[in-house]
Design a binder for this molecule. Sequence first.
Ligand code: 3PY
Ligand code: MG
Length: 263
Amino acid sequence: MRNNSVKTALHARENIINGWLAIPSAYSAEIAGHQGYDAVTVDMQHGMIDFASAVTMLQALSSTPAIPLVRVSENAPAHIMQMLDAGAYGVICPMIDSAEQARRFVAACRYPPLGIRSYGPARALLYGGKDYPRHANDEILTLAMIETRAGLAQLDAILDTDGLDGIFIGPNDLSLALTGSASAESTHPDMVNALEHVLSRCRAHQKIAGIFCTSGDAAAQRLAQGFNLVTPANDVMQLGRAAREAIASARGVSAPPSGASGY
Ligand code: 3PY
Ligand code: MG
């Protein structure tokens, strides 16, 4: 099976830069995959992406060096299994609030006897290779999103889940839950403490700590803080930012900090 270089690197404590796609386009995915990201995630929760588009995006990513990941829309085994069959080498699952939800998530990603994944690897065989079924349980990356008060309260139990590789923080949802306002780079003390808590618990459990960020600078700060996997904004934010900067530079003015695009 094609090695999941991102999983290998993460477990060797190397940092991973992960792109994030919300635009339903194979061409965008192909461009992103060639820019130097270690991994690129197809976002089926908040991206404008249906299953058919996701398949073409995973196909496009397959022609690039980036490892293809999917953020599923919910913790639904059939959906998770379908995205793995479509060739996702890792799954980021939103809104994990308990050990039971984490166990259900990981079980959907693992063939028996470790889990309940149904057999039918389809495109995963083409991307991964003929021996995919024998090695998939070891190679597929599983990241549970912590982005609620409940998830934070149950963090240790979630981190104890066998087969869970780590945590990916959704800072917008988490700050909304903790402070009443969604802000990925929130400096509210409750958010700062929550992120430090997640980092130290991930370290104690020897699990990966990942987080969504809104820019390269923000991602660099998160890496310096101790996170292992960062997403330096999604394609929509990057497109909007590049357009604002180009327009401002053509007009000889400074670019406005944010536009109407992205979240
Ligand atoms: C969040 O910030 O809540 C996310 O889910 C990132 O996409
Ligand atoms: Mg979220």
